[in-house]
Ligand binder design. Structure first.
Ligand code: MN
Ligand code: MN
Length: 286
């Protein structure tokens, strides 16, 4: 008999050994520059996750029948490098056990150790920002540098970002010189998200995909509680389409940069829903 509940993601009722998906939170926002607060996002997404029905009519999958678990939050250090090492070892363990990690950030920097933990992976990043600085405020491990670190890890042939509409001139120079593939939010609007996703899948040199969603990829009208919100963004439906399209090939997923203090809960609600969409879409795609 279960007398006490702990605050896990809704319907994450399986034990670790039986789980196909493993959720964990990383309450860390130590390098956030504009509006810190992403450390509160795992708890906010867990709370919001109880709003939803378990059945997905679109995918004909009931989350109750999908074995997944929520390990809780990593005990982060105030030291960024120590925190990144903890995340990397957690993901190495989950991947080594042949399960799909779902990381709830926290700030975007946390995606880098997730990528390091996975071999032969193509990375799709949804983001308003290029995040291609070599360093920021004297640090190479900042959320403003995370896509640069990912790129160094997986190579230009295995990296695409979508939703871009912000970056320093030096970042745009860097991506042009190095032929880094990216799609602007405006391209998504004009060409259609289906075209962009198809081109991305054709471009990446591996079928194994890691999807990282920086919530600010989505327009602040839908997702105002972002650490660094940026107007003229993607719609939630665009992002859901991406999730649906890549789910069968996905080997890992994260949702980062939600800073729940800056709205009335709608951004964490969207984050929680997109995590649930990922699980049901992947389950059907198997
Ligand atoms: Mn961003
Ligand atoms: Mn980012």
């Amino acid at each position: 008999m279960r007398l006490f509940t702990c605050p896990v993601f809704a319907d994450a009722n399986a034990g670790y050994d039986d789980s196909e998906f493993v959720i964990f939170g990383v309450p860390f926002d130590g390098t956030s520059c504009f509006r810190p607060g992403a450390r509160s996002a795992p708890a906010a997404m867990r709370a919001a996750s109880y709003n939803f029905e378990t059945y997905s009519s679109e995918h004909d999958v009931d989350l109750c029948e999908v074995p997944f678990c929520d390990l809780g939050d990593i005990e982060v250090s105030t030291n960024i490098d120590e925190t990144l090492a903890l995340v990397r070892s957690a993901v190495e363990k989950i991947i080594g056990d042949d399960k799909v990690p779902i990381m709830m950030g926290g700030e975007h920097t946390l995606t880098h150790p997730c990528i390091q933990a996975i071999d032969d992976v193509g990375v799709m990043v949804l983001d308003a920002h290029l995040d291609q600085r070599d360093e920021y405020s004297g640090s190479k491990q900042s959320h403003a540098c995370v896509s640069r670190r990912i790129l160094e890890e997986c190579g230009v042939e295995n990296y695409v970002s979508i939703g871009i509409r912000s970056g320093a001139r030096e970042e745009y120079d860097f991506v042009r010189q190095n032929r880094v593939r990216f799609y602007t939010a405006e391209q998504v609007q004009s060409e259609g998200i289906d075209m962009v996703v198809q081109e991305t899948l054709d471009y990446l040199s591996t079928d194994r995909i890691y999807l990282s969603i920086d919530i600010d990829a989505i327009d602040p009208a839908y997702a105002p509680a972002a650490g660094t919100p940026e107007p003229f963004g993607l719609t939630p439906s665009d992002v859901r389409f991406v999730i649906k399209s890549i789910a069968s090939r996905a080997v890992g997923f994260d949702m980062v940069e939600i800073a729940p203090a800056y709205d009335h809960g709608q951004t964490a609600l969207l984050g929680a829903k997109l995590i649930r969409e990922f699980i049901v879409a992947k389950k059907r795609g198997e």
